[in-house]
Design a protein around this ligand. Structure first.
Ligand code: DUC
Ligand code: ZN
Ligand code: ZN
Length: 503
């Protein structure tokens, strides 16, 4: 009897993972990779990959999609538009946010974002839960229940007026995450330093977008990362520092890792390819390059590249946070806003991989395997999606990108598939392009056209995994609910907050 054909065979490509590089065929059945080898049998669909690099689909572990800011501004993309732009750029898994604002029930927030993703996503997804209101209900009821349902990472902010948590709340969240087995990601900047500097700049009439960069003093990042790590050490809870932008921030992380603290960190293309100079444009044009933390200096770019090479930074995500350059987004406060009235964030899902491929592969900085590691394998491992996502292995999802390493593309606003209407990298020429994209064995992008239906992306439930596991086998006394001296019913933690009589 003739052997049953595979669903799909990708034939004769150069297969590259974070550790391997070889010529092979890849066969797919039921959305999974089921064979890798030479001269594999026939597939119902045959894809000629000769001359192509066959890489794992990208994993973008930090992107804001269809997210309502705490100031009430909806970002430009829906789940459909954002994930279509991700797919065109070779990304097949995203981790956006379910964003709680103060006063919202976390459970409801997660349900609402899950419904939006179910309706629109064309690539697979899982969520980070933003916790802005760490009440007893959030910490003791919602977090444990939601983690058990597969929402196993939490994000918190140390700055932004409406989102920031203070140190005590930070410790509460770290502790609750530890108990529930969740991982914690943090936007670490010192709020007071930013608020104070911003006020001084505005008082001096310095309102243009370029002053946004000055309003986030570089030391504000290192200070907050240092404080975060001290809190994480107190609780013995692993953390991920989001979007590291400065050499000093890297130095704090490196020192902590050197003494054995379980701290992970990422950076983003905007900190590797842009500088504060990019915000210095006539009028309010510079708003298009405004994100927080802001792009810094060339020496920071060098420090970040070095940290990626050495492993002090493990991931490159996009921090996709799109706002159109019109009254719906960047110019919401009018045609001439101060930098404080302009929403922060850049579109980046679509160009993350092409920019990184161009720098790392075409221009040779750190090479192909490190490119795969930083943009797919490491985020999949840290967020416990590996080996289903982020690599090319038998049994893993057949999320594959066939790269044309010789294609040269000039990035253009009009060519982008997201709704921001621009890319901060317009005019930049990149070499290397994701020509064909498969998600669970199905071709979703081919020759510049989309083949996937909205809602065909799948939710990826996950537990905290290895990255979320605390260092010590025994938890610190102060963190375990069961270690309270009183044997009676434990008061909810928000009832326990007491002010010092001596302040
Ligand atoms: N800063 C953030 O903290 N989040 C979204 C985008 C940005 O610039
Ligand atoms: Zn952030
Ligand atoms: Zn972000």
């Amino acid at each position: 009897m003739a052997p049953m054909p595979y669903d799909c065979v990708i034939r004769g490509g150069r297969v590259v993972t974070a550790i391997d590089d070889y010529l092979a065929d890849i066969a797919v059945r039921g959305g999974k990779i089921c064979a890798i080898g030479e001269s594999l049998g026939k597939g119902e669909i045959e894809i000629d990959a000769r001359g192509r690099l066959v890489l794992p689909g990208g994993v973008d572990s930090h992107c804001h999609i269809e997210q309502l800011s705490a100031a009430g501004i909806m970002n430009a993309d829906t789940f459909e538009s954002a994930t279509i732009s991700a797919a065109f750029g070779g990304t097949t898994t995203v981790i956006p946010f379910a964003a709680q604002h103060v006063g919202m029930r976390l459970r409801t927030v997660v349900d609402d974002y899950a419904a939006l993703a179910r309706k629109g996503a064309v690539v697979d997804y899982t969520f980070h839960m933003i916790v802005a209101g760490p009440t007893g209900k959030t910490l003791q009821e919602d977090i444990p229940a939601l983690v058990a349902e597969g929402h196993s990472s939490i994000k918190l902010f140390m700055t932004y007026d409406r989102l920031k948590v203070d140190d005590e709340q930070l410790l509460d969240i770290l502790s609750a995450a530890r108990t529930a087995g969740a991982f914690v990601c943090v936007h670490a900047e010192n709020h007071g330093m930013i608020a104070w500097t911003s006020r001084r700049l505005l008082e001096a009439g310095k309102t243009a977008p370029k002053f946004h960069a000055q309003s986030h003093p570089r030391g504000s990042e290192a200070e907050a990362i240092n404080r975060l790590i001290a809190c994480a050490e107190l609780v013995d809870q692993p953390v991920m520092v989001f979007h590291v932008s400065t050499a000093e921030g890297v130095a704090v992380i490196r020192a902590a890792r050197g003494r054995g603290v379980k701290v992970f960190a990422e950076t983003c293309p905007q900190y590797l390819f842009l500088t504060a100079q990019d915000l210095d444009k006539p009028g309010v044009e510079g708003a298009k390059w405004m994100c927080s933390p802001p792009p810094r200096e060339e020496r920071d770019q060098q420090a970040l590249w070095q940290a990626l090479a050495l492993g002090d930074l493990q991931v490159v995500s996009s921090d996709h946070a799109p706002y159109a350059f019109d009254q719906s987004g960047k110019l919401r406060a009018g045609p001439n806003p101060s930098f404080k009235q302009i929403p922060n964030g850049l579109p980046g899902l679509e160009v993350r991989l092409p920019l990184m491929f161009d720098a790392m592969v075409s221009r040779g900085r750190l090479g192909l395997q490190k490119f795969v590691e930083l943009t797919a394998t490491a985020p999949a491992k840290i967020y416990n999606l590996h080996p289903r996502k982020g690599s090319i292995v038998i049994g893993g999802d057949a999320d594959l990108v066939l790269w044309d390493p010789n294609a040269e593309v000039v990035l253009r606003d009009e060519a982008m598939h997201g709704r921001a209407g621009y890319t901060p990298y317009a005019g930049r020429r990149v070499k290397g392009w994701p020509a064909t994209v498969l998600r669970r064995g199905e071709v979703i992008i081919d020759n510049g056209s989309l083949k996937a239906a909205p809602g065909s992306g799948q939710f990826l439930p996950r537990s905290g995994g290895e990255a979320a596991r605390p260092n010590a086998s025994r938890s610190p006394v102060c963190c375990e609910p069961g270690n309270s001296d009183s044997q009676g019913a434990r008061p909810r933690h928000d009832e326990m907050r007491q002010e010092s009589l001596y302040d």
